[in-house]
Design a protein. Structure first.
Length: 201
């Protein structure tokens, strides 16, 4: 066993690449995943609920869009496919995840519109029209709150964030905390034990 987590910066787990297939909004995706990243063997059930229940960007969305904690890139690839004129920033602390996302963006024909970056490499003055995340709950509540305090203010004034959180991992308490922080929060869906939250200013 290793000490790797999906939020490990440089995982040492053997990569062992594998294919992950899923469908969103009538489109089929086949992406490459690998060990040492989040939900390496399948589309995470929470991510699946998010992509099914949230409002995907329109074809004329200009962005920029943010996939926070991109993993191997399923949300990034869906956003880039739905919004062919938008730039999508794919952010993750995990180096292997970033490499996989870049490769998968190329695989869906969006390499020129996807910017893969470590958190500290995102331009400080960039404001996002949309933020999408299946946030890393297992980093701990304090770290999760710090993460959201860092990134939610990066929304444009009329921007929207879409988050999915398992109810048993604190989805409802996170909803309350966001409201206490001054955000407008709408629980847009509840399915298979997951909460899909729409967050605005």
């Amino acid at each position: 066993m290793t000490g790797d987590h999906y939020f490990t910066a440089e995982p040492t787990t053997a990569a062992q690449p594998r294919e992950v297939e899923f469908s969103v909004a009538g489109r089929d995706f086949t992406l490459t995943s690998a060990g040492g990243v989040f939900s390496a063997d399948r589309l995470d059930p929470g991510t699946a609920v998010l992509l099914r229940k949230a409002e995907l960007p329109s074809t004329d969305a200009a962005g920029p869009l943010l996939d926070l904690g991109c993993g191997f890139g399923p949300i990034t690839c869906v956003l880039a496919t739905c919004a062919p004129d938008a730039t999508v920033w794919a952010v993750d602390v995990n180096e292997r995840a970033r490499e996989l996302t870049a490769a998968n963006a190329a695989r869906v024909g969006a390499a020129d519109r996807v910017r893969v970056a470590a958190p500290d490499d995102v331009p400080a003055d960039l404001a996002f029209a949309e933020l999408w995340s299946n946030p890393p709950i297992r980093i701990g509540k304090a770290e999760l709150h710090e993460l959201l305090r860092r990134w939610l203010p990066r929304l444009a004034p009329d921007g929207v964030a879409w988050l999915v959180v398992a109810r048993h991992l604190g989805g409802d308490s996170l909803h309350r905390w966001l409201v206490e922080e001054g955000w407008q929060v709408d629980r847009r869906a509840s399915q298979k034990g997951y909460r899909v939250l729409r967050v605005t200013r």
